[in-house]
Design a protein around this ligand. Structure first.
Ligand code: ZN
Length: 286
């Protein structure tokens, strides 16, 4: 199956690949301009998407928007060399990584400082091999705080800072005419700065913002595009887990029991027992 897919009239995506944690990249094409959502995790990832756009005769990107600063969304920037729009905190986080050589020693130090984690280090090693000198961090050009609207000619992209556990600079990109919402990784747990964690209130707020949009298609960076019904089905159980964490705090047993009742199972499936631990970390922080 091709990894390239036209998902709506104006949107073409290259699917995520979990091998080296490559997220979805998207090209939104209006009458005047094409907007690229996220740069890719490496120059090779970026070049692959550009080749596919060229092959399909799609107008190449004129502008780049970043959903958040994490390496897998930004390390392809140097290959695109495009005017780049980013939330101010995204730019700030990237500036702190500038000039590093990404040797094993430097990455281990970044892990110790909890700026990245062991899984990121493994993925970077796998994506780049010995060619980590190819990693060149680039400053974004246009910064915003809360929101920005990008007019591509007949296609409007509304970008909003939503934050959340995963990364405080996380933004949603809503393509209005195509009723498609790009969520980045905003619904994910925090992955840096300590053990993985979810804060029930933050998760519920970010999820509510997704539901409040008029989107009929939802695109998470490391998932598959889902229509509204499928998205709600997929998120329903996670929402319940967050609600139970709000209700019972750190009372793990009560949450497990109520969640099993909700799911109509006798034992909590692995994905939820794992996520419950992340919620417990979040509850302990509060
Ligand atoms: Zn991320």
């Amino acid at each position: 199956m091709s990894t390239i897919e036209q998902i709506t009239e104006h949107i073409l995506i290259m699917h995520a690949s979990h091998d080296t944690d490559r997220p979805i990249l998207a090209a939104i094409t209006g009458e005047r301009k094409t907007l690229l959502i996220d740069a890719g995790n490496s120059p090779a990832h970026a070049a692959l998407f550009r080749q596919e756009l060229q092959r399909l005769g799609v107008r190449l990107p004129d502008l780049l928007i970043l959903t958040h600063w994490h390496w897998d969304h930004t390390f392809g920037m140097s290959e695109w060399d495009l005017p780049t729009i980013a939330q101010a905190k995204t730019a700030h986080s990237l500036s702190k990584l500038m000039g590093l050589n990404w040797s094993d020693e430097v990455m281990e130090q970044l892990c110790t400082e909890k700026i990245i984690n062991a899984s990121t280090m493994a993925h970077i090693k796998k994506e780049y091999g010995m060619n980590r000198d190819l990693i060149r961090i680039v400053d974004p050009d246009i910064l915003f705080d809360e929101s920005i609207t990008i007019d591509l000619g007949g296609v409007t992209c509304q970008v909003n800072l939503v934050g959340g556990d995963h990364s405080e600079d996380s933004c949603y990109v809503y393509v209005k005419e195509d009723q498609t919402l790009f969520l980045g990784d905003a619904l994910g747990p925090s992955v840096y700065g300590g053990p993985r964690s979810y804060t029930a209130s933050r998760f519920l707020r970010v999820l509510k913002q997704a539901y409040q949009s008029e989107a009929i298609l939802f695109v998470e960076s490391h998932g598959r595009p889902l229509d509204r019904a499928a998205f709600q089905r997929e998120l329903r159980d996670w929402e319940q887990l967050a609600l139970l964490t709000e209700q019972y705090g750190q009372n793990r047993e009560q949450i497990v029991s109520a969640m099993c009742t909700f799911l109509q199972v006798s034992e909590l499936p692995h994905e939820f027992s794992e996520a419950l631990e992340w919620f417990m970390v979040g509850a302990a922080y509060q």
